[in-house]
Design a protein around this ligand. Structure first.
Ligand code: CMP
Length: 504
């Protein structure tokens, strides 16, 4: 808060207080004038309580006496109003000072504003009692409030809900079970993010972007499940697999897939466990922790999507309620003819395989496997061992290296490009991360399939090492990283490829 605003407020308050004080100072003079005028002209005596009597017992018209009494009372009421205005202005200014100076760095929740309002109202009521009694000592205010059964019943009935809300609000403010921004689930009523808490009730923004308004008195009777915003809240996502799939493998691949999903906390490892051995297959649950609980629906959905992709690649199958009898299973190697031709067609288009014979291309195609990756998934991870390379047949990828807390993009690759050749050919750890940008299908070629091709095509080593050298230079300049083997150049690279493949 700028200091100038505080000075402005202080100046307004001081001006107002001086103005009211002046009026209050002038008041006794006005009263004196009135008294002198009344006793001089009409022979009336006014007691400090405002009781009007006639001096010397002289009769006075009833109307005149009533009018005089009204004027005297009126002056007293104006005085009470002025004093109350001063009290209200002072309380508001003190409130402002407390919230903007002493508690400047403490977040001001709606609940603390509720407490402030209640305290202020109590001060106003007490001040009113004191001021009123000092001006009208003969009127029994307390008696008026407590003694009148009718007023009590009427006020009680009228304020029943309001007071209920107010007291439930006070109980909530003392407890502080949730604050603005937390996700709450109120039994039988709904789930959403707390938007505001006031003395009347709570506003909750549901995940369908509707506003749920619940009064404090209703809220006080419900069970509330709170997921605080600054807490690592957990979620469960369920899925199932066939009994023929290995549980150990399922745990490994699902955990790896879930860990990569955005908004899944890196602080706690996700738990993948068997929930039940069901009628149709193994029932599983993934327990994971979220950074931002507000986005739990999207994160759950992304996790389910990633599980689908990883199952697709790893040949794990979902169990579904069916009584279909499988008489034959299809092995991964027995590719349909059409699909196999398609692979060969794709490999011909790859620059480094241009010199290969049809027979070699077909052999390479028959030993390749197709894999699908979701957008954002890592296909190759930097520093890991790798004994296969990949040809992109659909989608695109980005070659990245970590730089401080971010990823630096070295190159984008698309259809018919290839990657992963560096580790495959040299045996070195992966030099970069390769991340799928779109849904990407790749052909994976293993070292065992590559070896006979290299043995029959010594010239292939030259062209590949030339390309690897270019990529390494780009990688080194982009990252300011000095490669250990860089000084050896292309010749050194060719030597290490030959050595790695056991060639002369
Ligand atoms: P590899 O080291 O096995 O794993 C990471 C892959 O990223 C690497 O093989 C290359 O295929 C690829 N890569 C590294 N640097 C570049 C680059 N400068 N241009 C294109 N691809 C690259």
């Amino acid at each position: 808060m700028p200091a100038s605003e505080l000075y402005k407020k202080a100046a307004y308050f001081a001006a107002f207080a001086v103005f009211v004080a002046l009026l209050l100072v002038i008041f006794p003079f006005i009263e004196d004038l009135l008294r002198t005028y009344l006793s001089g002209k009409l022979g009336l005596i006014i007691s400090p309580e405002g009781v009007v009597t006639v001096e010397g017992g002289e009769a006075l018209g009833k109307m005149t006496q009533t009018w005089v009494t009204l004027i005297v009372y009126g002056l007293n009421i104006v005085k009470i109003i002025l004093l109350m205005a001063l009290v209200i202005a002072s309380v508001r200014f003190i409130n402002y000072l407390i919230t903007h100076t002493i508690y400047r760095n403490v977040p001001q929740g709606e609940i603390s504003s509720l407490l402030k309002t209640v305290l202020s109202v109590i001060v106003y009521i007490v001040a009113f009692f004191i001021i009123f009694q000092s001006h009208f000592p003969s009127v029994q205010l307390a008696g008026l409030f407590t003694g009148s059964t009718i007023i009590g019943i009427v006020v009680g009935l009228a304020l029943q809900d309001t007071l209920g809300n107010l007291f439930s609000g006070l109980a909530l403010s003392a407890d502080q079970p949730f604050v603005v921004g937390d996700v709450v689930n109120i039994t039988n009523r709904g789930t959403g993010v707390v938007e505001s808490v006031s003395w009347r009730g709570v506003k909750i923004r549901t995940f369908q972007n509707k506003l749920l308004v619940i009064s404090n008195s209703v809220l006080g009777k419900e069970t509330i499940e709170v997921s605080p915003k600054d807490n690592l809240n957990a979620r469960l996502v369920l899925f199932n697999t066939l009994y023929s799939n290995s549980p150990a493998r399922t745990i490994q691949v699902v955990r790896d897939a879930v860990r990569q999903v955005e908004n899944v906390s890196r602080k706690i490892r996700p738990v993948v466990r068997v929930r039940n051995l069901g009628d149709n297959g193994i029932d599983w649950e993934v327990k994971y922790w979220l950074d931002d609980y507000n986005r739990h629906n999207d994160t759950d959905a992304l996790i389910r999507q990633r599980i689908w992709y990883v199952f697709q690649r790893e040949g794990i199958e979902f169990a579904f309620p069916t009584r279909t009898v499988h008489l034959a299973t299809q092995s991964e190697n027995a590719l349909p003819e059409e699909r196999f031709d398609n692979f060969a067609e794709r490999l011909i288009r790859v620059s480094i395989f241009a010199a290969l014979s049809d027979d070699e291309i077909e052999r390479l195609a028959s030993s390749s496997t197709s894999r699908v990756y979701a957008p954002g998934e890592a296909i190759v991870r930097m520093g890991k061992d790798g004994n296969s390379m990949f040809v992109i047949i659909r989608g695109s990828v980005s070659v990245q290296v970590p730089e401080k807390s971010e990823q630096r993009i070295i190159k984008d690759l698309g259809e018919n490009d290839f990657f992963g050749e560096m580790s495959l050919l040299t045996g070195e750890p992966r030099s970069a991360n390769v991340i799928a940008v779109d849904e990407t299908e790749v052909l994976q070629i293993k070292k065992s399939a590559f070896k006979p091709i290299i043995e029959n095509n010594p010239a292939l080593v030259d062209s590949i090492s030339e390309l690897i050298e270019e990529r390494k230079v780009l990688l080194a300049t982009e990252t300011d990283r000095q490669d250990e083997n860089q000084g050896d150049g292309q010749k050194g690279l060719m030597r290490s490829i030959r050595k790695f493949f056991g060639l002369k």
